[in-house]
Design a protein around this ligand. Sequence first.
Ligand SMILES: [Zn+2]
Ligand SMILES: [Zn+2]
Length: 342
Amino acid sequence: MPVNFDIPDRLEISVPVEGDDDGYLDKECPNENCLSQFKILKDDWDRIEQSGQVVCPFCRHEAPPGSWWTTEQIEHAKAMALEQAKHLISTQLNRMFKDIASDFNRSQRSNSFFKMTMDVRETGRPPPVMIPAAAAETMRTRITCGKCGCRYAVIGTAYFCPGCGERDVEAAFSAKIAKIRTIPETIEALRAVLDKDQAADLANTLLEDAIKGGVTQFETMAKYLYSQINNSGRIRQNLFQNLTDGSLEWEKVTGVPYTVYLDQQEIDRLNVYFQRRHVLGHNDGHVDEKYVVKSGDQSYQPEQRIVVKVDAVLEFAALLTKLVSGMRGSVSSMAPPGTEGH
Ligand SMILES: [Zn+2]
Ligand SMILES: [Zn+2]
């Protein structure tokens, strides 16, 4: 008896990938050592897709647009493909069983299909969520590339634009400051969804990262501004992590010390945060003699540990912003080297 069992060799399905409520798509870096996730506005992604290469905002890995599916998207697509295959096979099976003679030995073939059905149920489970979605959303920073206009979003610090690979220092600095300013809301969101201890731990991490990351971002920004007016001289590593030395070097090339942008009291406050950053980064937050001397901070004694408060990070962000905008103003008031008039 002829059996018409019409299953194609190759089954192609297309799974639509939708953006979130704001039109951002989820992407994941294909570099095995990175696998970081980020979001990118769908319109900008469509544009990048035509240009050919995508850059990871975290590790700068480059790959064609087809390589950036997230693990969740691939699992979802697999589950949908299996659902469709299952549907196709069961339709064919039903048709086949209708046609088939009752003495046909069907057990082996049907068993193998049912195994596949069971597999389907085991795939497509979402992975465990480490940070509740609502809290993760407030921790996300949105960035618009100053060079190509690509709009993307990350949790943490992005170093490169996925569209053009540019290290956009201005965008990264603004994004860092904006993120520090949202810390109070983020902490509220964490408290609402996590238990007290977990929320307090995460809040501490965020506050300490604000000081550490803020200094790093300032240093990058200062080097970038410095390079715009003096691209010949090499500067000492970590120079701009030190306010006194940084100001001296800055004055050499611009004629203006930091005290023109901030008054002495503000410089002293900022210096306290720069010193705290050092202790947080290198001594796990434990105060030593050197800290007390260098910061002039009388509120801590050696052996104590720095506790970073919300008000402190907000003050720190305001001081950084004020200093950087002063420095930026000095740079733009100086004619770039090599232009007319020099
Ligand atoms: Zn990466
Ligand atoms: Zn760009």
